[in-house]
Design a protein around this ligand. Structure first.
Ligand code: ADP
Ligand code: MG
Length: 383
């Protein structure tokens, strides 16, 4: 008999993944109707997630990473946000057209999310044990004592020292790293098939970042979850991701196995992100950050949305939108007019990266640090 899939193993789950395919996002569009105009936040995003796979979604602040996650979770801030097109299939069923009641049964037990800011996601007036236990009380109908026992077990699983004593402590009595562990405990409580972690380590120091990444990676392997790691920091995900989707202005511009992309990016934006990382294996190389900022999504440039910041931009890039993601190698797709040349290193440089860039918009929201990181994945550590 075929081995039960992750989704089938879930107690009471009505969903099962065909050929291990958990999530299929197809031509997703999301827009925000604001007083400034319509912000086209997601403009035709496609990706798939399989059991046991870790997909990193990478891009600078404002590229549409969180909105993609919110669309999958069904929590887009609406209004002003509206999903205006596409499909999001979970185990074959379209989340966008199913009744809200059915969707509620998926959010949490099947697809779960860890948010960036653990302190504001936890309720300060309830103990952490009560908040973790809530998952079991609400979704599994457990009594208070049993739910608390489950909370202790989960706190132990995410390595919170003295879990049994601290189950009755309040969020502010924990460090940032420990609070993030508590958020992870809540997110995995119901054994979801898909876990989305949105910038799970941004607020943490480097050592704690690595520990949280290790924990997520361990849990993903143990439970054969599909894991989506959202980040603006390439270095944080390098060792744990299998696949990487690079986002710019609401589109995936390159999608590849993580080591292929690291070795030889096939889109000028990915190339720029990589070059802004200090690389241990290329000592003395000058760092070249990408000039300018991503566009205001109410005024996306004509042609390729990256063209004002692209060192290879030619006339065609200012006029024609690039082709949708097309194959440039094995499981490797890019949305650039000159993808093959970029990959081969033969693309013609038409301008310095700082010419003609989008200048910072003083009215823009405060920005997170741009994508970039500190380290490369270990050579030979290919998974
Ligand atoms: P990031 O890649 O940093 O996670 P987001 O997905 O949060 O970016 O946002 C992408 C864009 O979507 C923003 O730049 C903004 O234009 C728009 N957006 C997101 N949330 C809202 C909102 N609540 N109201 C209006 N616009 C929004
Ligand atoms: Mg975000």
């Amino acid at each position: 008999m075929a081995q039960a899939t992750q989704a089938e193993k879930l107690s009471g789950s009505r969903y099962s993944a065909q050929d291990g395919l958990l999530l299929a996002v197809d031509d997703l569009h999301v827009e925000f109707r604001t007083h400034e105009g319509v912000a086209k936040a997601i403009n035709g995003v496609n990706f798939e997630l399989h059991e046991g796979e870790t997909l990193a979604i990478l891009g600078e602040s404002g590229s549409g990473k969180s909105v993609t996650a919110q669309a999958v979770m069904g929590i887009v801030d609406s209004p002003p946000g509206f999903v205006t097109g596409g499909e999001i299939r979970y185990c074959g069923q379209d989340l966008l057209t199913m009744p809200e009641e059915q969707r509620r049964g998926i959010r949490g037990p099947e697809i779960s999310m860890v948010f960036q800011d653990a302190l504001s996601s936890l309720n300060p007036v309830f103990t952490v044990g009560w908040q973790i236990g809530e998952m079991f009380r609400i979704h599994r109908g457990m009594n208070k004592t049993d739910a608390q026992e489950q909370a202790v077990r989960l706190m132990e699983r995410v390595s919170i020292p003295g879990a049994r004593q601290r189950v009755k402590a309040f969020p502010h009595q924990f460090s940032g790293g420990m609070r993030q562990r508590i958020m992870i405990a809540m997110a995995i409580a119901l054994d979801p098939a898909v876990l989305i972690a949105d910038e799970p380590t941004t607020a943490l120091d480097v050592t704690v970042q690595a520990q949280i990444m290790d924990l997520l990676s361990e849990l993903q392997e143990e439970r054969k979850m599909g894991l989506i790691l959202i980040t603006h920091d390439l270095g944080v995900v390098a060792d744990v991701a299998d696949r990487i989707a690079v986002m710019y202005a609401g589109r995936i511009v390159e999608h590849a196995d993580v080591y292929d992309l690291y070795a030889r990016p096939g889109h000028p934006y990915s190339k720029g992100l990589l070059e802004s990382i200090p690389r241990l294996d290329q000592k003395g190389t000058q760092l070249a950050a990408i000039g300018g900022l991503p566009p205001n999504l109410t005024r996306i440039p004509a042609g390729c949305s990256f063209n004002p910041r692209c060192r290879y931009a030619a006339d065609v890039c200012r006029v024609d939108p690039p082709p949708p993601l097309r194959e440039i190698g094995h499981r490797w797709r890019s949305a650039c007019h000159f993808a093959e040349e970029v990959l081969a290193g033969t693309a013609e440089v038409t301008k310095g990266t700082l010419d003609g860039v989008v200048q910072p918009d003083p009215a823009a929201d405060e920005l997170e640090p741009s994508a970039g990181a500190t380290a490369m994945p270990n050579e030979g550590d290919r998974r």
